[in-house]
Design a binder for this molecule. Sequence first.
Ligand SMILES: Cc1cc2nc3c(=O)[nH]c(=O)nc-3n(C[C@H](O)[C@H](O)[C@H](O)COP(=O)(O)O)c2cc1C
Length: 335
Amino acid sequence: MAYICGKLQLRHGLMLAPMAGVTDYAFRRICRMMGAEYTVSEMISAKALVYEQRSRNPAAARSAPLAAIRAGEHGHALQLFGSDPEFMAEAARLLERGSYLSAQAEELPAAIDINMGCPVPKVAGNGEGSALMRDPERAAAIVRAVVDAVSLPVTVKIRSGWDENSINAPEFARRMADAGAAAICIHARTRKQMYAPSADYHVIAAVKAAVDIPVIGNGDIASAADLRHMAEISGCDGYMIGRGAQGNPWLFAELTTALEGREYTPPTPEERVAVAAEHLRLLVADKGEDIGVREARKHMAWYIHSRPGSAAARAAIMQAERAEEMLDILQGLLN
Ligand SMILES: Cc1cc2nc3c(=O)[nH]c(=O)nc-3n(C[C@H](O)[C@H](O)[C@H](O)COP(=O)(O)O)c2cc1C
């Protein structure tokens, strides 16, 4: 079954995972071109968003731009993090209305997603993100508050648990569903594991067995074989892809063709360079040349990773200040 959330129905359930500093508009657009059917914003601090709006000072609005949704981004969820139900509810109301300082929403969000998986100490140390998995009471209060505040579907992104001794994803997911969550995405690792070793898809299966709402599996999908493996073990309703798409947005095309039983033709070097160049163009158009080129550096380095001659090109990309320079370096790899 493909993922269904609210009025939204996805054909294959292929979703781009939220990644702070990575999944901005330019990258989301590239992934959509390749077959991503659903995207999630970078995480947005509920408290920061609310305070910014109260300040009425557009120059201070750093969180709001993360919530901008562009035309063509139908099926884009906005992700909030925080630990205070009231702030989370107020932030969700702002996002639902789509009008806030310094950001223009050309489409309304498909859902409000709540981050209960972020492992970084700055977030978890504040009782936010993955720390909420140790406080199901508060987590459920947040979900209830946000569900009461908006008419959008409210989804929750979790991990397997805090550590190997406290794997509570199935009970926790049931509690979030009882509190009104419309879907659960599970990154099948504990907070302690951060990003390694490999995800345990059996925990996704246990979550799927525990709830009646859609379950989206996440963790380590880098090929059609990985997706099949997750599907077979877990029976999940959707697939969320993060790092596998970095420098390889074609992964979405590969997964689409596999799910449709068609043969996948990988991109030629020329096609790879053309897509990288389009990504750079979108970044520069969106953020201006100074910031756009700086932010393009990591993406361009990912595109050329493991290509012949990439070490020298990577070093040059990391120094490039102008889009023209970057394009020349990419073209140089073809010659
Ligand atoms: C650079 C980076 C930033 C991330 N930022 C977020 C975030 O803002 N919100 C979130 O829920 N997960 C975030 N994640 C976790 C991913 O959404 C995903 O759960 C994780 O990378 C596992 O999936 P993957 O193996 O397909 O990458 C981030 C991951 C990375 C690598």
